[in-house]
Design a protein around this ligand. Structure first.
Ligand code: M6R
Length: 578
């Protein structure tokens, strides 16, 4: 994953300014960070701290999510060549780094980190002895295998060199400076003009010029995209009075649901109608997604089946092994970030098979959006906490809205109010969460529509509270997993009034001593001990509201345990490696 930033400016800027830009990309990785500003090379382990008043007109910075090599200062970027002339930052993985490194070691290069990335600095040093920088970049595209967004600085040279293959990179045209970054959030408060790199392109950037080339070194014309930020900046950075972004983002849900639904009848109406038409005319729908977005897609497949549409959903990293697709298939990618590498790979496979591609994303101009014939924006606003909450709610609600158009019976006009009413129960939910927090394991059971929700709640509990949790079909318990239920084992049961078999599954675990928490819309169970009651008899809405109750349980359990909620260990918000 990792986030990279490079700035070439007319006037001097401070290292704090550079780090502030990097901080905006920190959700891409937060193991270690560093920067180079033509005089100083600084590297640290941990989250980005915005500080320092070294001044420069040129600099690069990097925040890391470790892949090759542990979390150490040596492995933090930037990496520097032996002669100290070449400074690089890299997002991606150089798959054949061992091979390149071997050759460079024979030439006498000495490496000081365990990363794959360091090889880039040495590679440029070695090649620049005989070739000019443009030729070296062309050669790098030929020789380096894997994925990369790389920024190169050469000591004494006032330019930034940027190369992109499969890892995201964008150029922001800001007042008095050009800024290269992994995504547009790095400069969203500074400009609305950006130039997106496509695969296999490189660029030479100064404070006032930008030139793009294809991987063979042929100059190419690029167009400037005007970005509409609207609410992004307002929503972006402020946690306001919240202890964590996660809680703030859960509480944003009524507002973002309303905004997204409004948009489907207004500014996104045209694309929405086209999507409906395409779904109707496709022989088969296959979703591709990962993590939380995958759980939303499972809900989508469920809703589509209810209206008689053939749909299947596949975990994107397994897509090519299981997808049976052709030109009559519609592949729907769901991704909050729009940059998840596994989803991008699935879409490349879909392209090979000539399937049609649409996407549901939360980040405008993201790679997945740009790979799609049609794309709907879920308008959840930037999600800062790594555990996804409001994006899931808007993904699921959008899928419900699509199915409503196809005949699914649901009144979505009061969903935002129902979410608000549920959020008002948060103090009671907090008490239930504390019961789970004391346990090592938890089970979440659902049936039909609530099965994906059970899986989503389990994922949330694992990544946020660090409690082992399994989300499963209630009916499957008796085929094995029930052996793990002991006195006091927490089981969250999602009891949908329209699917009463789950009550038997709940009783089965209760009889074996489980500590059951019910999330239900059955008024007859409302007064039961340890119950979150949700006021709706509609299946679709129950699924979404039950997931939100699970988000609150997770949040409070994690907070009780003192977990780093917004940035859980080992994770990153945008997963741009395979
Ligand atoms: O950006 P995407 O929706 O494609 O991300 C997919 C997953 O990486 C993401 O949902 C992840 O599982 C979250 N940490 C879940 O909270």
């Amino acid at each position: 994953m990792c986030g990279i930033v490079g700035i070439a400016a007319k006037k001097e800027f401070s290292s704090s300014f550079l780090l502030e830009r990097l901080k905006r990309l920190e959700y891409r990785g937060y193991d270690s960070y560093g920067y180079y500003d033509t005089k100083n090379l600084e590297k640290f382990v941990g989250e980005v701290v915005v500080t320092g008043d070294n001044h420069t007109k040129l600099g690069v910075a990097h925040t890391r999510w470790a892949t090759h090599g542990g979390v150490t200062v040596e492995n933090a970027h930037p990496h520097v060549s032996c002669d100290g002339r070449i400074i690089i930052v890299h997002n991606g993985i150089i798959e054949n780094f061992a091979e390149l490194k071997k050759e460079l070691i024979i030439q006498g290069h000495r490496f000081s980190s365990q990363t794959d990335s360091e090889v880039i600095a040495h590679y440029f040093e070695s090649k620049l002895k005989h070739k000019d920088i443009k030729q070296v970049m062309v050669e790098f595209f030929r020789q380096a295998q894997g994925t990369f967004a790389v920024l190169v600085m050469i000591k004494g040279d006032e330019k930034l060199y940027a190369l992109k293959k499969d890892s995201p990179m964008v150029l922001g045209l800001c007042k008095g400076m050009n800024m290269l970054a992994s995504d547009i959030y790095a400069f969203s408060d500074l400009t609305d003009k950006a130039v997106f790199f496509e695969n296999n392109e490189f660029a030479i950037i100064t404070e006032s010029s930008w030139k793009f080339f294809d991987k063979n070194g042929k100059a190419i014309n690029k167009s400037i995209k005007k970005i509409e930020w609207e609410n992004e900046e307002k929503e972006r950075a402020k946690k306001k009075d919240y202890k964590h972004f996660m809680l703030k983002e859960i509480e944003d849900e009524p507002g973002v649901v309303k905004r997204m639904l409004f948009s489907m009848d207004n500014e996104q109406k045209q694309v929405f109608n086209k999507v409906i038409k395409l779904i109707k005319s496709s022989k088969k729908i296959v979703f591709a997604a990962c993590g939380t977005s995958y759980h939303a897609s499972l809900l989508g497949a469920y809703y589509l089946h209810q209206v008689g549409v053939e749909a299947q959903t596949l975990i994107a990293s397994e897509f090519k092994h299981y997808a049976n697709i052709d030109k009559d298939t519609l592949v729907i990618a769901i991704s909050q970030s729009g940059e998840t590498m596994d989803v991008i790979d699935a879409l490349k496979y879909a392209q090979e098979k000539k399937a049609r591609i649409i996407s549901i994303v939360n980040v405008l101009y993201s790679s997945i959006q740009r790979m799609s014939e049609l794309s709907i924006n879920i308008l959840a606003g930037q999600e800062r906490a790594v555990p996804s909450t409001k994006a899931f709610v808007n993904q699921a609600t959008l899928l419900l809205r699509i199915c409503q158009e196809l005949g699914y019976k649901v009144n979505l006009s009061n969903l935002a109010d129902k979410i608000k009413a549920l959020l008002e129960q948060k103090e009671d939910i907090k008490k239930l969460a504390e019961q789970i927090a004391e346990s090592k394991d938890a089970y979440i059971i659902g049936r039909g529509l609530t099965y994906p929700v059970a899986r989503e709640i389990a994922l949330k509990i694992k990544e946020t509270a660090y409690i082992h949790a399994e989300g499963m079909m209630g009916g499957e318990l008796k085929h094995g997993t029930i052996a793990l239920i002991e006195e006091g084992t927490p089981v969250i049961s999602l009891v949908n009034i329209n699917d009463p078999d789950i009550i038997s599954n709940t009783k089965e675990v209760e009889a074996r001593g489980a500590g059951v928490i019910m999330i239900t819309n059955n008024p007859a169970l409302r007064k039961e001990k340890n119950t979150v009651y949700i006021h709706t008899d509609n299946d679709g809405k129950f699924g979404i509201l039950a997931a939100i109750a699970g988000q609150l349980i997770t949040y409070y359990a994690a907070d009780y345990l003192g977990r780093p909620i917004d940035k859980p260990r080992n994770l990153a918000k945008s997963v741009t490696v395979k």
